[in-house]
Design a binder for this molecule. Structure first.
Ligand code: SF4
Ligand code: MG
Length: 286
C-alpha cells in the first residue's frame, strides 16, 4: 500500500466521484499495475479528456494533462512523438473516446502509437447527468433516451482491433484482479493498447435503468461477463446477452514513433551524404 501511495497526490484526495462509482476501482487497478512493474513515476505521463473518468489523473502524481473533450489521444500523440522515451497513458470515458474523440481513437489505433488507453465504460455520460453515449446498449435508458436507446452501441474492443490496436483487453470493476493483469500487459505492449474497463455509474446509468445499488451493478457485471477462454468452448446460445472479458487481442506490429524516428534518421543520413557531396564538389572546383 505504501508503495502505491507514492503514485498519488494525497493532498488532492478525497476524490469527487459519487459513493459506489467504479472509477476509483479502475484507477486503483492501474496504480497497482504500475507499482508491480516498478515504473519510474517521473517517466510517466497521464492524459485525460473530459468527463468523470477524466478526473482520475488529477489524483495521480505523474506528469498529468487534463485536456479538452475527446482530445486526450491527440495531446497524447503529440507528447509521445516528441518524447518517445516516456510511458504515455490515456484515461478516458466511453463518451469522450468514441463520440467526439472517436476519430482520434481509430487513428491512434491505426498508427499503433505506443499509448496505453484505459477506457472507463459506464455506458453513459456521467458528468453531464446521464445522456446516452455511443456505447449505451440498445433499449437502455438515459436522460436523452427516456423511452430507451434505439441506436446500436459500438463494441469498443472490436473497433480497436479493426482499427489496428495491437493489445486489447476488457474487464469490469467487479473483476479488479483481471483488470490489473490486463493493464500490466497493456503497459508492456510496444504499441497502441486498449483496456475497456467496464465501470458502474449508480448515480445515472444505474438509476435510469433501475439496476439498484453499486453492489447490485457489480453483480450484474458478474452475471453477464464471460472470460474469453471459457467462451471458446461454450455454445453460441449460452453467450446471448453476455459480454467477453479477458485478453481479446495481442498481436505485435511496427510501432509508430519507432518507424517515424527510423524515417527521420534515414532522410537525415541521405541529406548528410548529399551535403558532403556538394562540399566535395565545391572544394574540387576551387
Ligand atoms: Fe461516477 Fe456516475 Fe457519479 Fe460520475 S456520475 S462520479 S460516473 S457514479
Ligand atoms: Mg461514460
Amino acid at each position: 500500500m505504501s508503495e502505491m501511495l507514492k503514485y498519488f497526490r494525497e493532498n488532492r484526495l478525497p476524490h469527487i466521484w459519487c459513493p459506489g462509482c467504479g472509477h476509483g476501482t479502475i484507477t486503483g487497478a492501474l496504480v497497482r499495475a504500475i507499482t508491480k512493474l516498478k515504473l519510474d513515476k517521473n517517466r510517466i505521463v497521464v492524459v485525460s479528456g473530459i468527463g468523470c473518468s477524466s478526473r482520475a489523473p488529477g489524483y495521480l502524481d505523474f506528469d498529468t494533462l487534463h485536456t479538452t473533450h475527446g482530445r486526450a489521444l491527440a495531446f497524447a500523440t503529440g507528447i509521445k512523438l516528441s518524447r518517445p522515451d516516456l510511458k504515455v497513458i490515456v484515461m478516458t470515458g466511453d463518451g469522450d473516446s468514441t463520440a467526439i474523440g472517436g476519430n482520434h481513437f481509430i487513428h491512434a489505433a491505426r498508427r499503433n502509437i505506443d499509448i496505453t488507453t484505459i477506457v472507463m465504460n459506464n455506458d453513459i455520460y456521467g458528468m453531464t447527468s446521464g445522456q446516452y453515449s455511443p456505447m449505451t446498449p440498445t433499449g437502455m435508458f438515459g436522460t436523452t433516451a427516456p423511452y430507451g436507446n434505439v441506436e446500436r452501441p459500438f463494441d469498443l474492443a472490436k473497433l480497436a482491433i479493426a482499427s489496428g490496436a495491437t493489445y486489447v483487453g476488457r474487464a469490469t470493476s467487479y473483476h479488479a484482479q483481471l483488470l490489473e493483469e490486463l493493464m500490466e500487459k497493456a503497459l508492456l505492449n510496444k504499441g497502441f493498447s486498449v483496456i475497456e474497463a467496464v465501470s458502474q455509474c449508480p448515480t445515472y446509468f444505474g438509476r435510469k435503468n433501475k439496476l439498484g445499488s453499486a453492489v447490485d451493478m457489480l453483480n450484474w457485471y458478474k452475471e453477464r461477463a464471460v472470460n474469453v477462454k471459457a467462451a471458446a468452448v461454450m455454445a453460441p446460445e449460452k453467450l446471448e446477452g453476455k459480454f467477453l472479458i479477458g485478453e481479446l487481442f495481442n498481436q505485435p506490429a511496427p510501432e509508430y514513433t519507432a518507424s517515424y524516428d527510423a524515417l527521420v534518421d534515414g532522410v537525415r543520413r541521405k541529406f548528410d551524404t548529399f551535403q558532403g557531396g556538394v562540399r566535395e564538389c565545391a572544394q574540387n572546383s576551387d
